[in-house]
Design a binder for this molecule. Structure first.
Ligand code: ZN
Length: 77
């Protein structure tokens, strides 16, 4: 009996996690469709401060930094 209810609990937790993942995916897809600022590299929302400073920013600070480093290296070659 105990084992059975544990398994039920596990199944419930699993479906909650699945539901949450699906909701997150839907929110992200929605954000992209609306042209909201989600980093094109890592898919994370770009900080409000950064968006205010640079409305055209396509990447979050970290990815932008990495991108610029990459470009610099390409120029140096
Ligand atoms: Zn990023």
């Amino acid at each position: 009996m105990m084992q059975g209810s544990e398994r039920l609990l596990e199944a419930a937790e699993h479906s909650v996690a699945l539901e949450r993942d699906a909701r997150l995916a839907a929110i992200r897809a929605n954000l992209r469709e609306q042209g909201e600022d989600v980093c094109v590299t890592c898919d994370e929302p770009i900080e409000a401060e950064r968006r205010a400073a640079m409305p055209s920013a396509a990447r979050c600070v970290e990815c932008q930094r990495a991108y610029e480093r990459m470009q610099q290296r390409a120029r140096n070659d």
